[in-house]
Design a protein around this ligand. Structure first.
Ligand SMILES: C[S@@+](CC[C@H](N)C(=O)[O-])C[C@H]1O[C@@H](n2cnc3c(N)ncnc32)[C@H](O)[C@@H]1O
Length: 216
């Protein structure tokens, strides 16, 4: 991801977490959580509710170690080293199972991670398996890289990942929308990450990420 997209994506994540928390959701399952940076999920969630619980999941060892160091001594946040493509293993992991109460609403965060899941692994099917386990009132937050707005720039960005262990699959709007499994999207629907309930002036430039939140 280029820097503009990364920043727009983190800002979307921050606004979406605040939205979930305003909807009364106080549990977060963050798949492909990345290295915690300023405005990470548990800080944003706790600003509105000090009792908010956050289960982070990532499969990259350095990321997991950094996150573990940051969360040391925090009883309401965990980091689980798991591959999000295996919902059964993620939901059974102690850091998730013992922290989150799946009988109550959860915010499922799949932010800038599903483009790392190739078509062969059926990303829409994977998120559906998580959603199926969530209580009514849960929310699904998603952002995903696309080439829809600026194919050349997007393919250049994706190219930097091509030879890595995590190549990116850019997907068009209809495919990304399908990852919500037909659930109702809250306004403004699936939009560029900068345009989702902005709390700042929105620039004219698309960031190359579709973003939205659906009710489960
Ligand atoms: C671009 S970062 C996004 C981080 C954060 N969600 C955000 O929006 O700022 C993607 C993260 O997903 C993780 N990731 C990629 N594939 C994954 C998988 N199959 N299971 C778990 N984590 C994965 C990577 O290790 C990385 O930390």
């Amino acid at each position: 991801m280029d820097r503009g997209r990364t920043r727009a994506n983190r800002n979307f994540l921050r606004r979406a977490v605040r939205f979930c928390q305003e909807q009364g959701v106080d549990q977060f399952l963050d798949l492909g959580s990345g290295i915690p940076t300023v405005g990470n999920v548990h800080e944003v969630a706790r600003a509105g509710n000090p009792a908010a619980r956050v289960a982070y999941v990532d499969n990259e060892p350095v990321t997991v170690a950094s996150c573990a160091a940051l969360l040391a001594g925090d009883p309401l946040s965990t980091i689980t080293a798991e591959d999000m493509r295996d919902p059964g293993a993620v939901l059974a992991a102690p850091g998730v199972r013992d922290l989150l109460d799946l009988a109550r609403p959860v915010a499922l965060l799949t932010v800038a991670v599903l483009h790392f899941v190739p078509d062969a692994d059926d990303p829409a099917g994977i998120v559906a398996r998580y959603r199926d386990r969530l209580a009514p009132g849960s929310l699904h937050v998603l952002s995903h890289a696309t080439g829809d707005h600026d194919p050349e720039r997007a393919s250049l960005g994706a190219g930097t990942y091509r030879s890595t262990a995590n190549p990116i699959t850019l997907r068009p709007r209809a495919v990304v929308e399908g990852m919500f499994g037909g659930r109702e999207l809250v306004a403004p629907g699936l939009v560029d990450a900068t345009e989702w309930r902005p709390d700042d002036v929105v620039g004219p430039e698309h960031t190359g990420s579709w973003a939205g939140v659906a009710r489960v």
